[in-house]
Every structure is written in C-alpha cells, then in structure tokens.
Design a protein around this ligand. Structure first.
Ligand SMILES: [Zn+2]
Ligand SMILES: [Zn+2]
Length: 125
C-alpha cells in the first residue's frame, strides 16, 4: 500500500511521530477533510494569523482554497482515517497502512502489525 503523503502540514489535522519500545517507531497523520465543493482544497478550522492559533470556537470548517464552509459537528461525526508508517516493535517489520482513528475516551491508538499480527499501541498525546 502506498500512502498519500502530505505536501505541507496545513493539509493535516493530526500529525504524530513517536518512538516505541524495542526500536519500534511510528508516524501517524490524518488529512483534513477534502472540500466537497471544489475537491481541491482542504477544510480546516479558521486560523487566526495575528495570534497564530486556530480559532477553536469557530463553528465551521472552511476550505482553504474556495472558502466553502461546513459545520464542525458534521465533520466530527465521521471517523477519520489515520495514515500510518511504522516499524513494528515486536518483529521490526516496516510497513504502511491505514486504520480508522476512533474518537474514544482512551488515550491510546491501536493498530495491528501486518506481518506478525500483534497490536501496536501508541499514546495519542
Ligand atoms: Zn473548496
Ligand atoms: Zn510485527
């Protein structure tokens, strides 16, 4: 499987690099949703250039390209797909895969190694 790589972090809503036990490592990234209108831009939370912060209280995601707005709650309902590059801490296999990034109350993200089938656990924070 060949994963789509981000051209810039602006396309992403989540990015995490993490070293795991026993020489394992992982990189996880999730793209912002694609704009349903122009299908070229990405929807994201409006960014305040003066403070350098995302406007977390904004009600809409806005397309960076065409300005189309989608209510935040509509976007929250879907389960985003995480892109994962990993070196398995159990068998050292280097792989790439995708997995649903569930919004659960747990602070960890888990996925299975394609080679040895063992679960790899990553702390989200
Ligand atoms: Zn757009
Ligand atoms: Zn493995």
């Amino acid at each position: 499987m060949v994963l789509k790589k981000p051209k810039s972090v602006e396309e992403l809503r989540y990015l995490k690099r993490k070293k795991l036990d026993k020489g394992g490592k992982v990189k996880i990234w999730i793209f912002n949703p694609e704009c349903p209108k122009c299908e070229e831009g990405y929807l994201r939370i409006p960014y305040n250039k003066e403070t350098g912060r995302f406007k977390s209280r904004a009600r809409d995601f806005v397309c960076a390209k065409c300005g189309y707005k989608v209510p935040k709650k509509e976007i929250k309902e879907e389960t985003p797909i995480a892109n994962i590059e990993y070196t398995c801490p159990h068998c050292k296999y280097e792989g790439e895969k995708q997995a649903p990034f569930k919004r659960t109350s747990t602070k960890t993200f888990k996925f299975k190694c394609d080679k040895c089938g063992k679960i790899i656990t990553v702390k989200k924070a």
